[in-house]
Write a protein that binds this ligand. Structure first.
Ligand code: SR1
Ligand code: MG
Length: 401
């Protein structure tokens, strides 16, 4: 059949492809239609297929080039990695990721549970929606996926196999450059710096040598600290959310890496939501965002302390003091990676709508400075961020600088 050789599908190919691959669903052919979702990520192509009987599915395909840049051509195998990581994460955190119906290594496409009854959380944040359950659920996801895939719990040989099978060198390369280098030197001349903040960025990010040293340490931490199977890109655009549930998707940047990278990404992206709420004077929303920043940190610590003892299998991890030592390293990393995410999404190639849609120049300038200054505090004083309040206090202080 014509799907035996890779080509980048278009809307007109999707129904035929769905019928061929998504055979677990009893489709009503006559009423099938394809919808292109409004939101999309930076890399891939997504279609939603429905029929008149209530069946539906997302078809997601990796293109040869990324959507954000035609110059970037990360291996299309990323679609397999994403599918396999989602299936593994589902075994760690049941129901907290979309179900994978199939994945196809020829067309580099998968069939994923339709989550259109959820909103992409980035969009929900732009609409200043409040989700009181968020912190509890995301920390369930974090503790389940991170602790269970760390050497504290998982069989060590199993874990090493995951590293060989589920990591994309190309996507790691993107993160290593976009997160841990370019925001500090614009070496590839593809940063997106808001012109009114150009001098500020130069002074605070490009010329601060002490900052560069700490970022270099974080980069090597990211590349060498194979602590757990991390999602690798856990921003609000990778979370589907509704009133009573959430699902995390898009783990193609997954890697055996430091747990703090995922936790830090969640905290930083809540700070972007706060920036937007501040610019648009959404006080109730921002009170919830700040509470969520606090709760994400504190609930992670609470759940870590609870489940470490229940789940630990590695005898040396039971040695007195190890549990505290390990948590401390995760918290230090969390602070540093919160900082790098704040910086790269503010000045780097992949900005976030929370900030770029602030239309008032002065307010956007302030939002960006909060991110830059708070990010520096998190990186330079990482050891002082031990609980949620430490993060909130810093954001509030930077708002008034
Ligand atoms: C080239 S891709 C740019 C960014 O989008 C993805 O979501 C990752 O965050 C990546 O760094
Ligand atoms: Mg993505």
């Amino acid at each position: 059949n014509r799907f035996d050789t890779y080509f980048q599908m278009e809307e007109k190919d999707i129904i035929e492809y769905t019928l061929l691959k998504a055979t677990a669903i009893d489709w009503d052919r006559a009423s099938m239609k394809v919808i292109i979702p409004k939101e999309h990520g930076n890399l891939n192509y997504v279609y939603r297929v429905t029929d008149g009987k209530g069946n539906s599915i997302y078809i997601k395909q990796a293109g040869t080039e990324t959507r954000i840049s035609k110059d970037m051509k990360p291996s299309r195998d990323r679609n397999r990695l994403e599918s396999e990581i989602l299936m593994l994460q589902d075994s760690y955190a049941k129901g907290m990721v979309p179900y994978i119906y199939f994945y196809d290594t020829v067309m580099c496409a998968c069939g994923m549970e339709d989550c259109s009854d959820f909103l992409v959380m980035r969009q929900a944040m732009l609409e200043h929606r409040i989700y009181p359950h968020f912190a509890n659920e995301i920390t369930d996801f974090l503790i389940d996926t991170l602790l269970k895939s760390s050497d504290v719990v998982i069989d060590h040989k199993e874990k090493k196999k995951i590293g060989g099978k589920l990591v994309s060198p190309d996507l790691c390369d993107i993160t290593e450059k976009l997160v841990f280098m370019e925001p500090y030197n614009d070496i590839h001349h593809r940063n997106n710096v808001y012109p009114p903040n150009a001098d500020f960025v130069k002074k605070e990010l490009y010329e601060d040598k002490a900052l560069h040293l700490e970022v270099a340490k974080l980069k090597f931490n990211f590349m060498t600290n194979a602590q757990a199977l991390i999602h690798g890109d856990l921003h609000t655009g990778s979370i589907f959310i509704k009133e009573d549930a959430l699902k995390v998707f898009d783990p193609e940047f997954g890697i055996l890496g430091p747990c703090g990278y995922d936790i830090g990404n969640v905290i930083a992206n809540l700070i972007f939501a706060y920036d937007n709420g501040l610019a648009y004077k959404k006080d109730e929303f921002n009170a919830w965002v700040l509470k969520s920043i606090e709760d994400v940190t504190d609930l992670f610590i609470e759940k870590y302390n609870k489940y470490f003892d229940k789940w630990v299998t590695e005898p040396m991890a039971r040695v007195e003091g190890f549990k505290e030592y390990y948590l401390d390293s995760i918290l230090n990393d969390t602070a540093g990676f919160t900082g790098t995410e704040l910086h790269r999404r503010t000045v780097g190639m992949a900005n976030v709508a929370d900030v770029t849609t602030i239309t008032d120049e002065r307010k956007r300038l302030i939002a960006e400075r909060i991110n830059i200054l708070a990010g520096k505090e998190f990186i330079l004083n990482a050891k002082s961020f031990k609980c949620g309040k430490d993060y909130v206090d810093t954001v509030l202080r930077c708002k008034d600088l």
